[in-house]
Design a binder for this molecule. Structure first.
Ligand code: ATP
Length: 237
């Protein structure tokens, strides 16, 4: 007996103009779990995250997306954010001209407010040390931390992470991974898109593998790590 799904995607199709990218996918994410969304370059992972977050592109012309009984598929990206969806994009989007702390304060302008700034600094001591530094002058790893922290500063139900480890040294990846475990222990639900599939699978409870816009695997992360054929065919690991 499994708990009812917290986030549920049902028969979602997504396009960029004429390009048919996400070709009817359905999956559930349970509250408090980390789901790794994996697959080769161009498989449709980022497109899936953007579709769930209700960004203007891609266009989603079919299907339903529910978060905690709320119909995301009927919402704008702004409304989706206001009911608790937090997308941390690959390019991090730190706001120039603002300090670390101002970047966090800006995230808290519109209620409902999530984690307090002090609680965020407990989780990311490096950000606390650099609270007065301009955000865009942080190192890549610190910018990634700020980007995640900014999502937590809003009242978040689901964290959508697009390649959080990209371009970061292994020791920084360790640090971010540790933080994501703490965030999970505090009850957060996370979808993690990552090229570094091994690292993602070590952290995740479950995994979905996408191949040309369709789901070819949905199961436990351990199962993927144990299945050499699956790894070789879809993940090249
Ligand atoms: P990657 O790891 O390379 O980012 P991905 O699985 O996240 O891979 P997507 O970024 O979702 O893949 O891209 C899926 C497909 O959609 C690719 O063929 C890509 O070229 C195409 N695509 C992505 N963004 C756009 C866009 N804005 N306009 C048109 N096509 C796009």
């Amino acid at each position: 007996q499994t708990a009812p799904a917290f986030l549920s995607v049902w028969d979602m199709h997504a396009y960029y103009g004429e390009s048919y990218i996400v070709q009817g996918i359905s999956f559930n994410v349970h509250e408090g779990e980390i789901l790794a969304l994996l697959g080769r370059n161009g498989a449709g992972k980022t497109t899936t995250l953007r579709a769930i977050a209700r960004m203007d592109s891609p266009q989603v012309n079919h299907g339903e997306i529910w978060l905690d009984h709320q119909p995301l598929h009927k919402m704008s990206s702004y409304e989706a954010a206001s009911v608790g969806l937090g997308l941390v994009p690959e390019d991090r989007r730190i706001i120039p001209g603002l300090t670390v702390e101002e970047n966090l304060q800006l995230a808290q302008i519109a209620p409902p407010v999530g984690w307090s700034i002090e609680r965020i600094y407990d989780l990311f001591p490096r950000l606390g040390e650099r609270r007065s530094q301009e955000g865009v002058t942080l190192s890549g790893g610190e910018q990634q931390m700020l980007s995640i922290a900014r999502a937590l500063a809003r009242d978040l139900k689901v964290l959508l992470l697009d390649e959080p480890y990209e371009g970061l040294a292994p020791v920084i990846v360790d640090e971010i991974e540790k933080t994501l475990r703490v965030i999970k222990e505090q009850g957060m639900t996370t979808i993690l898109v990552e090229q570094n599939a091994v690292r993602a699978l070590q952290l995740a409870d479950r995994a979905i593998i996408l191949d040309t816009g369709s789901i070819v695997f949905d199961g436990s992360a351990a199962e993927v790590l144990e299945n050499a054929q699956l790894r070789a065919e879809y993940l090249a690991i």
